[in-house]
Structures are given as structure tokens and as C-alpha cells.
Design a protein around this ligand. Sequence first.
Ligand code: GRG
Length: 289
Amino acid sequence: MINKKYFDLISKRLDELIEETDNYHKDLFKAAKYSVNNHGKLLRPALVLTTAEMLGVNPEIALDPACSIELIHTYSFIHDDLPSMDNDDLRRGQPTLHKMYPEWLAVLAGDYLLTYAFEVITNTKNISDSQKVKLINTLSKRAGGNGLIAGQVADLSWEGKKIDFDQLKFMHINKTASLFMCAIEFASIIANINPDEKKHLNSFSQKLGLSFQIADDILDVTSNEKTLGKPVGSDIKNDKATATAVLGIDKAKELLHELHYFAMKDLEKLSYETSPLEKFSKKLLCRVN
Ligand code: GRG
């Protein structure tokens, strides 16, 4: 789905970043590699590179910070799939990590990816220490207790419950939009853009992330297992609160189009040529998995 040049650059770097060792704990890295290299679409790191290049930065400079977001995304999947959370056997059409390795190793592989993400930022070449501190601050906020983790708490606490639209928005913004917002903020930090442009980009990224999750909720009821890489209707089976459950399919589709429209309006306020982000958004909306 994403630009092949970026996809290859990111996959190669992710593979290099996870060490291979003959040491006593080598299974930790094997397990982490299994999940990191397991056919993800790499949307979040690609969003960093797309935005960075649009803002005039060589994407190679943004590559390691971009990979750090994918490491966090992968950890969140590993933990989300665990028996104590969603208890899923399949991820991207392949056995989940705790089905391939002991559950304790899956927990630790997730922990390792979470902590390693920050080390990767500190080791990044060609960006200043003050930019690194800003990246670390942004990543810890977006992945933290008022970001990704808040979204996961909402997701698990509201299983089987009737929620309203405000709760749905809270959950989707934190669980899903957080890392998309983080990706765009990373590019803004690395390109050192002015606060006004940053504000418009942040507003765009929240709508992009939210519409990505709404599209995901719609696909869960309209797609098929082969295309999705997981059973259709899994949200309904797991009693998940989704946009289609809260709003119905037609209203969810309407909301998706409205978000896209206003996301494009945000881009119009920027002084940059924004067609790369327009294309990226369209691909997300038209995706099939
Ligand atoms: C465990 C803290 C913690 C968080 C877990 C990732 C997550 C939060 C839950 C997984 C389930 C879910 C519906 C997440 C919402 C985000 C979403 C739709 C992810 C799918 O992202 P893609 O399509 O995945 O980019 P790939 O497989 O391409 O990497």
C-alpha cells in the first residue's frame, strides 16, 4: 500500500535494528524479529518519511525515529493479542507470538520492543540532542497513559458495554490516532517547522488516525477473512465497541467522509505542497486490509 522505496528502506532497517546474538537470551530477539518482520503495512513509519520529505528533510535522517514508532506498534500488538487481553491466535494471518513461543517470552519481547524504541531514538545520527529529547517526550506521551495505553484500557473496559459517541472518540483517538499523530509530530520535530504549521499538521493527523480506525471498524463488517488476515466480524464476536456498533454502518461511512474532507482542509492551511499527504490519506481510506 505504501511507496515501495519507503517500504524497503523501513523493512531493511527494522531487520538491522533487532540484533541477532548467540547469547543465552537469543530467543528474545528471535521472538521480537518474528513479530517485527511479520508483514505489517508499516504505515506509521511511512507516514514519518512521507511527511519529513514533504517538509524538506531527507527521509533517511528520519528513518530510525520512524522505526521506533513501528517497534512500539509491534509491542502493542504482541500484548494486545495475549490471553489476558484479546486472546487472539492470529495476527496478519500468522500465529500470534504467544502461539509460537511461551507466553512469558511474548510478554518480554513486547517489553523489549517498548524500551528499545527509546534507545533507537537516542542512537539516531544527524539529529540534535534537543530534537532527540523532543522525540522521546512525544513518543512517551503518545504511547503512554494518556495515549495508546489509555485507549487500550478503554477498549478492554468497555467490551460488551454500550458506549456513546464521545467514549468512542476517546477510545479511537487514543488507541489508534495516537501513533499516527506521533508520526506526524516526529516529522515536524525533525524538520523544525514553525508552531502554526505544526498545529495544522497535528489537527490533520488526529483526523487521519481517527478515520483510519473508523475504516477498520467498517472493514470488520464488510470485508472477508482472506483479505483482512483475520476473521471478519471479530469485533462483534469479541463484543468490542466500534464505530459501526455505535453509529451503524451508514453513519460511520458518513463520518469517515466528513473527517477526510476536514483533514484536507487542514492541509490547505499549510504553506507546503501537500500532495504526498493527500495521497497517503486517500490510500488509507480506500484500503482493503
Ligand atoms: C497493549 C498498550 C497496548 C495497546 C494495544 C494495538 C492495540 C492497542 C490494539 C490492537 C487492536 C486494534 C484494533 C488497534 C487499533 C489500531 C489498528 C487498527 C491497528 C491496525 O494497524 P495496521 O493496519 O496494522 O497498520 P499492520 O498489521 O499493518 O501493522
